[in-house]
Design a protein around this ligand. Structure first.
Ligand SMILES: O=C(O)C1=C[C@@H](OP(=O)(O)O)[C@@H](O)[C@H](O)C1
Ligand SMILES: C=C(OP(=O)(O)O)C(=O)O
Length: 435
């Protein structure tokens, strides 16, 4: 993390009036990329409706095409038709960009193919943890090599697919990312012996995302036993080809809903599922603790704020991707906030604990890193540049602070294209609705 020259900035708009806005958020990144993988491993052609189109989703599409699937758009870009195994593949190159889902979900799929598959990504992706998932593939008999010929812990690497994976039992320390578990489980029904996976670390982040993996597998007809804590058994068998609809991305709804608290006013998100495995399901409760009132009726979640934000003590282990939004809210609260359970954010798009502490401090705030989170003490904030370190959620956090603090310039707002390319216009429209 340096003071290197920064990318062009975006003047975050301040809110003059309480909000009264309805915001349609695009499809869930996590569901889109799981459903794409399952469709590419399925026993026939399938279709996704309401899929996310963003950098992460498009990298997943490109990766699955490189591994032999045909993926075409339907009547809109968010309708995707997937035909598994449409073309033979003898070797492939996969660009993971900065997408955790691509770098963790595709290596097990590549292991099922015949021939070498080379994985790389953005320079910043080369520090994201990969070791446990690659070690697990190695333990299952797959040859994985890094640039020095040994078993790598990061991008870049090559998976030597042989056309089949034996499967069996494997231990994985998933304390750095739940995606190590999800990636292996998603492909496991196609392993000859299926997979019994045991988590051997002390903490396990993002449990809802693992439950999402299990739920999507079951919906595709795969038998999964998750009755023991920290252990999963996926039986070998076909993955059913299906026509599915992707839920809106509830984590991407977070900064919009939080804006209701910051400005006083109401923000509504249509298409809010009554039941979901997305960690954004926690938002009504979490925002309620910080001063909002949430109400779900007819599939529309409404959050209303008063303009007063309360400091809280939040364990976000289950929903780490919401932490940047809550850190931004905490800077505008009436008392200190502690965010805990999120040590694994150090391996996200950037070291989010360091990045948040640094950028909040740069605007005159007070934020300290702890072993597993942040303590944020509200202080009067001033104008300045909010650097984003290629992290979409840093960018939306800067925008949130800018609603109340004049003169916040968010570096590289385009980084929101990772999961929400329309963010700047959606944000502007939300504010426009207030005037
Ligand atoms: O499986 C998924 O779709 C995700 C799991 C989580 O990863 P970590 O467990 O690495 O936090 C989450 O933060 C990420 O945004 C998406
Ligand atoms: C951690 C995140 O992404 P990724 O899927 O790249 O891990 C995120 O979107 O907050």
């Amino acid at each position: 993390m340096t003071d290197a020259p920064i990318a062009p900035t975006w003047a975050a708009p301040t809110a003059v009036d309480p909000l009264d806005a309805t915001v349609e958020v695009p499809g869930s990144k996590s569901l889109t990329n799981r459903l794409l993988v399952l469709a590419a491993l399925a026993d026939g052609p399938g279709t996704l409706h309401g899929a996310l189109r963003s950098r992460d989703a498009d990298l997943m599409i490109a990766g699955l095409r490189a591994l032999g699937s045909e993926i075409t758009e339907g009547e809109t870009p968010s309708t995707l038709h997937v035909t598994p195994g449409a073309k033979p593949v003898t070797e492939a190159d996969i660009d993971c960009g900065l997408a955790g889902t691509v770098m963790r979900f595709l290596p097990p799929v590549a292991a099922l193919g015949a021939g070498p598959v080379r994985f790389d990504g953005d320079p910043t992706a080369r520090v994201r943890p990969m070791g446990p998932v690659l070690a697990a593939l190695h333990a299952l008999g797959i040859t994985v090599t890094g640039p020095d010929g040994g078993l790598p812990a990061h991008l870049p690497f090559t998976i030597a697919g042989t056309g089949s994976v034996r499967g069996g039992a494997v231990d994985v320390d998933a304390s750095a990312s739940s995606q190590f578990v999800s990636g292996l489980l998603l492909a496991a029904a196609r392993f000859e012996q299926g997979l019994t996976l045991r988590h051997i670390g002390t903490t396990l982040p993002s449990l809802p995302h693992i439950e999402m993996t299990v739920a999507t597998l079951r919906e595709a007809g795969v038998t999964v036993d998750d009755s023991r804590d920290g252990m999963w058994r996926v039986e070998p068998g076909p993955i059913a080809a299906r026509e599915v609809r992707v839920e809106p991305d509830l984590s991407n709804a977070a900064p919009f809903l939080a804006a209701a608290l910051v400005t006083g006013g109401t923000v509504r998100i249509p298409g809010w599922p009554g039941e979901t495995t997305q960690p954004g399901a926690l938002l009504p409760d979490l925002l309620g603790r910080m001063g909002g009132t949430a109400h779900l009726a007819d599939g529309v979640l409404s959050v209303t704020g008063t303009g007063d934000v309360y400091g809280v003590d939040l364990d976000l282990q289950a929903a780490g991707e919401l932490a940047p939004t809550f850190a931004a809210l905490a800077t505008l609260a009436d008392s200190p906030t502690r965010l805990r359970g999120i040590a694994h954010l150090r391996g996200h798009e950037t070291d989010r604990l360091a990045a948040l502490a640094r950028e909040i401090t740069r605007l005159g705030g007070q934020a300290e890193e702890t072993r597993d989170g942040l303590v944020i003490t509200p202080r009067p904030l001033h104008a300045g540049t909010f650097r984003t370190y290629e992290d979409h959620r840093m960018a939306t956090s800067g925008a949130l602070i800018g609603l109340r603090v004049h003169g916040v310039e968010v570096e590289d707002i385009g980084t929101t294209a990772k999961t929400m390319p329309e963010f700047p216009s959606m944000w502007q429209r939300m504010l426009g609705a207030a005037t």
